[in-house]
Design a protein around this ligand. Structure first.
Ligand code: CA
Length: 385
């Protein structure tokens, strides 16, 4: 499949065959709203959220036992308000109501260690060198998983951001607008982030990408760690702040400082790189939050261990006043793509902007089909004391 073919003809048979397994999730808006946003270029900010739905963050006092694992920070755990108010009225809040991140509800998590930064290419290479592990993107799709797909189409690869040369609508009636800037690239993998012609030279300290959920889980297990629950991830990202818009506070750029690697310019064609990076940044190039964590907003998306459902928070809120150590629902369901098992992803990426997917906002949620990978999805690990 060529990206140009996809753009010209919509979703190709190969994209359907492969894409059902390895396709990125999008979030849809009513057509009228999308048209208005496109016409205006950016949403008109509404009234600021009151924040009254957020209660205090109450960190636990328990200290960790044992020595601090290298490269990890202690996250004290405690009780906090999890979720996000409708972000459309916030500065840089984007255009999507993000209903799956409500209601804001009380959650308590135990303390844990968390990687200070996203897992890097060098770290992932050490795992592969030690184990011989082959990632999902490096394995040819199996014919039995894609009945009817021509054998020549069953080639290993992954999905790569491929921005179009001209401005395009961010949403349309087909629900497939994202195909204009994503392409399935044979040979793309963590070793070749943008395709067979690319490599990891000079990218050792960048976060590893093109990792499917099983890849992240395999690394974590090898490292003696695990993937965070969504509750742990958000508690850590909030850094002790209650209801702040970002991991560092309520201002997107306090004192004019770039705090995260996101997208600037008219997405997806114009990338001004005003924050210093046009694409992925090496980990740790932006300030840490109060728990010492880097890049909890932006850079690359991070897998969490919870299955994704849009009604998870509603269920938790209905079940009791405080949800203790939530591990997510027992199954996955996304009404936008029924039948695709998805896990939660958090934090947004270098491709997130206020025009599209403002999920660098700390309480918002993402989701990904478990065997899909792209060049803006990575992860970090946690460890219980
Ligand atoms: Ca991140």
């Amino acid at each position: 499949m060529k990206a140009s073919d996809t753009r010209r003809h919509g979703r190709s048979p190969l994209a359907t065959a492969i894409g059902n397994r390895r396709w990125l999730v999008i979030w849809l808006l009513p057509a009228a709203l999308a048209a208005a946003i496109w016409a205006a270029g950016r949403p008109t900010p509404g009234p600021a959220p009151t924040g009254s739905v957020f209660g205090r963050t109450q960190p636990a006092s328990r200290k960790p036992s044992g020595e601090k694992p290298p490269g990890m920070a202690w996250i004290p755990g405690g009780e906090f308000s999890m979720g996000c108010a409708d972000p459309r009225g916030m500065p840089f809040g984007g255009s999507d109501a993000m209903n799956d991140a409500r209601p804001v509800h009380r959650v308590r998590v135990d303390g844990f260690w968390m990687d200070v930064h996203e897992v890097t290419n060098d770290e992932f290479a050490a795992f592969v060198d030690a184990t011989g592990y082959v990632t999902v993107a490096e394995r040819p799709p199996r014919a039995e998983d894609f009945p009817g797909a021509p054998p020549e189409n069953l080639v290993a690869g992954s999905i790569v951001f491929t921005p179009p040369p001209t401005a395009v609508p961010l949403r349309d009636a087909t629900g497939q607008a994202h195909l204009r800037w994503w392409a399935y690239v044979p040979g793309a993998s963590w070793r070749h982030p943008t395709g067979p012609g690319s490599d990891l030279v000079g990218r050792g300290s960048e976060p590893v990408v093109h990792v499917a959920y099983a890849d992240a889980e395999a690394y974590a297990s090898w490292a003696g760690k695990r993937l965070p629950t969504e509750g742990e991830w958000e508690f850590a990202a909030r850094g002790g702040l209650a209801g702040a818009t970002y991991p560092w506070g309520n201002e997107f750029m306090p004192q004019g400082t770039w705090m995260a690697n996101t997208w600037q310019g008219a997405f997806p064609g114009e990338n001004t790189a005003a924050d210093g990076f046009a694409g992925i940044a090496p980990v740790g190039r932006y300030p840490a939050n109060a728990y010492g964590l880097r890049d909890m907003s932006g850079n690359v998306w991070e897998w969490c261990s919870d299955w994704y459902r849009p009604d998870t928070y509603a269920r938790d809120a209905a079940a009791g006043a405080v949800t203790i150590n939530p591990r997510g629902p027992d199954d996955s369901f996304d009404p936008a793509e029924p039948g695709q098992p998805k896990r939660v992803q958090r934090g947004g990426s270098y491709l997130c902007s206020e025009q599209y997917c403002a999920r660098y906002i700390v309480g918002t949620r993402g989701k990904g089909e478990i065997s899909s990978a792209t060049n803006h999805i990575g992860f970090r690990c946690v460890k219980s004391p």
